[in-house]
Design a protein around this ligand. Structure first.
Ligand SMILES: [Zn+2]
Ligand SMILES: [Zn+2]
Length: 140
């Protein structure tokens, strides 16, 4: 399943990237705090992702990604961070602005264009925030 097939919104993508970045499960309260939203707002967003089979919630473990959620999140991290890298390194845009722009663009740009962009940039290893970039687009 691709992010397009799933019809992910920008909000879905933000939640999935946060969960992918965290070492362990996060509680809905921690997630709400991170996004500065009320708890019921975070819970409804998480329920939507749970309904898509992308996340699961277990008492004590918090919210974690399912295997499907993990692979979709890898794809999103790649898209987001490649766009960020391009905006920062090639256009000199600051990392905060680049992150906001990447959040809007990650689902809009055709995948083929991102594959070419990543190749052109030599498959950058880290984003402007120093976080690792996976390369799920490279078939081994
Ligand atoms: Zn790449
Ligand atoms: Zn980044």
């Amino acid at each position: 399943m691709t992010p397009e097939d799933l019809g992910l919104t920008a909000r879905d993508c933000r939640y999935l990237r946060l969960l992918r970045d965290s070492e362990s499960g996060l509680s809905p309260t921690e997630i709400a705090r991170e996004f500065r939203v009320r708890l019921p707002t975070a819970i409804s967003a998480l329920k939507r992702l749970e309904g898509m089979g992308l996340v699961e919630y277990r008492r004590g473990e918090g919210v974690t990604l399912t295997p499907e959620g993990l692979s979709v999140s890898e794809e999103l991290l790649w898209r987001h961070r490649v766009i960020e890298s391009f905006l920062c390194e090639e256009l000199g845009i600051d990392s905060e602005t680049a992150c906001e722009a990447a959040t809007r663009l990650e689902m809009l740009l055709p995948r083929d264009s991102l594959v070419r962009l990543c190749e052109r940039m030599g498959h950058p290893r880290v984003c402007p925030h120093g976080r690792p970039i996976p390369h799920p687009e490279v078939v081994p």
